[in-house]
Design a protein around this ligand. Structure first.
Ligand SMILES: [Zn+2]
Ligand SMILES: [Zn+2]
Ligand SMILES: [Zn+2]
Ligand SMILES: [Zn+2]
Length: 344
């Protein structure tokens, strides 16, 4: 993620709520998409101090009530108390249960980062309060005692709250032999399923099938049963970005989509640090991938120096590269909303 600048000159980060230097309240502005210092205008109204912006905003209610967000709401949206990301929540954790507030804050931080990433990639997000695109919704649930599966169905992304418990998440990672397991990664993967429904199925199904296979044969249920009975396909590394991707074309797509978002996020971060030469044209996929692989080799060695997991564990062979290129080209699809307007 890029860093931002406070009016006092100090660095601000994507998750900042206050400037540690001048102690001003800061937040994400919905208009300029920058984390900036906010100037109080009284009556719970604030102004973005980005000189080219000046948007008047209110703080998101989830920030005021729960410190679970650092976003703001444009003053023109006077019927909204939640920011554009928080209003996608259908179910939040039961905050009367000890520990749930902390887990929810972690989920929201990861969700914001993943959503900011898809928007930065030019992909639309369906707002359930407007009738545009496929409405995107989130629910964060606990086993009750029926197990809650993390997954996606028709625009609704469900995340099991236990994923926000780092001990349990690491146990699951080891059990499944995964090289990484993170909350941001969960959101990126499930968003992959969402964008398959929104962007691939109507417009690019044939091209999808050529790269990822036929999603109807075998059925998802059969593929899932086979995967959990027999494990990943043998020699999956030659065609898939992860073992899980070998289960079914939909999972292959979601895993590849998540990796594509990892790539654009990491290369964009590098672009905001001048010591790394990462300035590549926005549309040149091969140049982005080249920079990503160079950063990956370097960062993996840094991580190994202190015993951390690899930052970029994936191997980018030809089939995997073509799947990532497919993601890069998705943003070129013009999506028709029900009102007839369109978005790249
Ligand atoms: Zn400051
Ligand atoms: Zn602004
Ligand atoms: Zn919010
Ligand atoms: Zn999936």
């Amino acid at each position: 993620m890029q860093t931002f600048r406070c009016q006092c000159g100090h660095k601000l980060f994507f998750g900042s709520s206050f400037c540690v230097s001048c102690h001003e309240t800061v937040g994400m502005c919905p208009t300029c998409r920058q984390v900036t210092a906010l100037k109080s205008l009284g009556d719970d109204t604030w102004q973005c101090t980005n000189q080219t912006c000046g948007q008047q905003v209110k703080l998101c209610r989830n920030r005021v009530d729960h410190k679970a967000c650092n976003c703001t709401v444009a003053i023109e949206e006077n019927d909204q108390v939640l920011c554009t990301y928080c209003r996608l929540n259908q179910v939040i954790p039961d905050l009367s249960i000890d520990g749930n507030l902390v887990k929810w804050r972690r989920l929201e931080a990861a969700k914001r980062r993943a959503l900011y990433g898809v928007e930065s990639n030019g992909l639309p997000i369906g707002d359930p309060s407007r009738n545009d695109f496929l409405p995107l919704k989130f629910e964060f649930k606990e086993d009750d005692p029926h197990p809650v599966s993390t997954g996606h169905a028709s625009g609704l992304i469900t995340i099991n709250l236990k994923e926000a418990d780092s001990v349990k998440r690491e146990q699951t990672r080891v059990e499944f032999g995964e090289p990484q397991r993170t909350l941001v990664g969960h959101f990126r993967h499930e968003l992959g399923h969402y964008y398959w429904d929104m962007l691939v199925e109507p417009a690019k199904l044939e091209a999808f099938r050529q790269l990822f296979g036929n999603e109807q044969d075998p059925t998802y249920a059969d593929a899932q049963t086979a995967y959990y009975a027999n494990g990943p396909k043998p020699n999956w590394q030659s065609q898939y970005i992860s073992a899980y991707a070998s289960m079914h074309p939909w999972e292959d797509f979601a895993e590849s989509f998540a990796s594509y978002l990892d790539m654009t996020s990491i290369v964009s971060t590098a672009q905001s640090f001048p010591r790394i030469n990462a300035n590549v044209p926005p549309d040149d996929f091969d140049a982005w991938l080249k920079v990503y692989r160079e950063i990956g080799v370097m960062a993996n060695e840094f991580n190994r120096d202190i015993g951390l997991l690899d930052l970029v564990p994936e191997v980018f062979n030809k089939p995997v590269i073509e799947k990532l290129r497919f993601m890069h080209d998705l943003k070129d699809i013009r999506v028709q909303s029900p009102e007839g307007s369109s978005s790249a």
